[in-house]
Design a binder for this molecule. Structure first.
Ligand SMILES: [Zn+2]
Length: 492
């Protein structure tokens, strides 16, 4: 009996001891692992903002990276995206942030709250042993689970086309280039020259001469001969046909003022198509006189010339200015108006909508820049879909389009003509009334319409302080189209 108790007592003691050993073992290793977790240090890298993406979800920010050494581990070198490149794409649209990574201008400002809500970050964890020494095996681990490359503000910009435009537009020095889809109003590329490096904004703030931070695509300028298409539309709507003939003798007198045609000895007899092709001022003075200013102004108003065009709250094109009715009673003011001079002003972006309407069969399409916001690759579209509003009857739009095609084949836009893609378009060289020394400052333009591999593009090239549309702007247009053509050939 006693012996049995002794055996039971021994078994109990052994089992209790066993449990103790197990508990000791567990607690030791658990403590060990807990202490290893507790001694991991965490570092976060990145701007803590979501991306700004192009129409195909390609990043328009953070597409370059820099090498960084971990603070906790000097032997650990890794890549961190830079918010901006020193040759940043569309800086006038993207805008920039301040030192606390808050949006100050452009999309960075307008979508600041959304961009901050999805921080694009890299986390580094460095592990230590109980004695506080960095673990050699595990060392430093990069955690990219908070990187979100498919979330951000989605724009209509096409990164590849923007890259082309930004490189080709450099030769105009000061001005703007807009590539717009004539059918949808989507802005595929926009460049304002000179541009700026968002990594060093302070360098540009006080540059009052070049004003690199200003988005010239959205400012209003003197217009010139690209406006003649509106006079053609007004005439056609009044029942004046393109067969209307006029003899240009090189000058004409209106209200006591003599207006000269740029061809001093005159163009001779011209019809409307020929007059547009050679940009004959005296023909258009006569045409506007027949049509009257009311009809010309009415077409401009139908196309919203006197309204701002808002792409995003801080990216709005200035409203255009029509000459006052009081002034247009004067034959001299009407003559100036007929070839886009005088008080008339509008933005390159508005001209894009005017020429898009001629190209797309008579519809005003609202220019669009922001498609919406994407979270984990799912796009939430913003606002209402683009409104297409008929503003010109299709037969008149088509008639003017044919005249613009004739201008490229036989007139001032000949350098844009080529066998790969058809181009229609109009040049202009506008006077500003501002003189630098003896030279009047000029604004030159080429607005070209072309379909490349099924996409209809309206391309506005504007050069501030240029010499002529065909010298400054047509070559830029041609280079951009050739590169877009080559890009699309490659994509096939
Ligand atoms: Zn003439």
């Amino acid at each position: 009996m006693l012996k049995r108790y002794r055996i039971i007592a021994i078994i109990l003691m052994i089992s209790i001891l066993g449990i103790d050993v197990r508990l000791f073992y567990l607690s030791y290793y658990q403590n060990k692992s807990v202490s290893a977790e507790r001694s991991a240090s965490v570092e976060t890298y990145g701007t803590g903002r979501a991306l700004i993406l192009d129409t195909h979800m390609k990043p328009l920010v953070e597409y370059e990276s820099r090498k960084v050494t971990a603070v906790s581990n000097p032997s650990y070198v890794f890549s961190v995206p830079r918010r901006y490149s020193d040759t940043q794409l569309c800086p006038h649209i993207i805008g920039y942030t301040d030192y606390s990574h808050a949006g100050v201008s452009g999309i960075e400002k307008d979508y600041n709250a959304f961009l901050k809500s999805i921080p694009n970050q890299i986390t580094l964890k460095t592990y230590y042993d109980a004695a506080g020494n960095r673990l050699l095996g595990k060392g430093t681990v990069k955690d990219t689970s908070r990187q979100c490359t498919d979330s951000g503000v989605c724009l209509t910009i096409e990164k590849d086309i923007q890259t082309i435009v930004q490189s080709s537009a450099k030769s105009i020095g000061k001005g703007a280039v807009i590539v717009m889809n004539a059918d949808s109003g989507a802005i595929c590329a926009l460049a304002s020259l000179p541009d700026f490096n968002p990594n060093a904004v302070e360098k540009y703030v006080n540059d009052e001469i070049n004003r690199p931070l200003v988005n010239r695509a959205l400012l209003r300028y003197n217009v010139g001969s690209v406006f003649k298409v509106v006079v053609c539309l007004a005439a056609l709507e009044q029942g004046i046909t393109e067969q209307m003939q006029f003899y240009c003798k090189g000058y004409t007198a209106c209200g006591g003022v003599t207006f000269h045609c740029h061809k001093e000895d005159g163009h001779g007899t011209l019809n409307m198509r020929e007059a547009l092709a050679v940009s004959c001022n005296t023909y258009f003075i006569e045409l506007a006189r027949k049509v009257g200013y009311q009809k010309i102004c009415e077409i401009c108003k139908r196309l919203g010339i006197e309204s701002q065009i808002t792409l995003s709250p801080s990216l709005a094109a200035q409203a255009g200015v029509l000459p006052s009715e009081k002034n247009l009673h004067s034959p001299a003011a009407l003559a100036n108006f007929s070839f886009g001079q005088g008080e008339l002003m509008c933005s390159p972006l508005w001209l894009g909508t005017l020429y898009s309407a001629i190209f797309n069969g008579g519809y005003y399409v609202t220019p669009q820049l922001v498609k919406g916001t994407a979270v984990n690759g799912r796009l939430q579209e913003e606002g209402e879909p683009t409104q297409k509003k008929r503003v010109i009857q299709s037969q008149y739009a088509y008639a003017v389009l044919k005249m613009l095609r004739y201008t490229v084949i036989h007139g001032t836009g000949q350098q844009a003509n080529n066998e790969k893609y058809a181009v229609a378009g109009k040049t202009a060289t506008a006077q500003t009334g501002y003189f630098e020394g003896n030279n009047e400052k000029l604004i030159s333009y080429f607005i070209g319409l072309t379909a490349i591999k099924g996409d209809m593009y309206t391309i506005v090239v504007m050069c501030e302080g240029g010499t002529s549309g065909s010298l400054d702007c047509v070559p830029v247009f041609k280079e951009i189209c050739d590169k877009i053509y080559a890009l699309k050939e490659k994509q096939r």
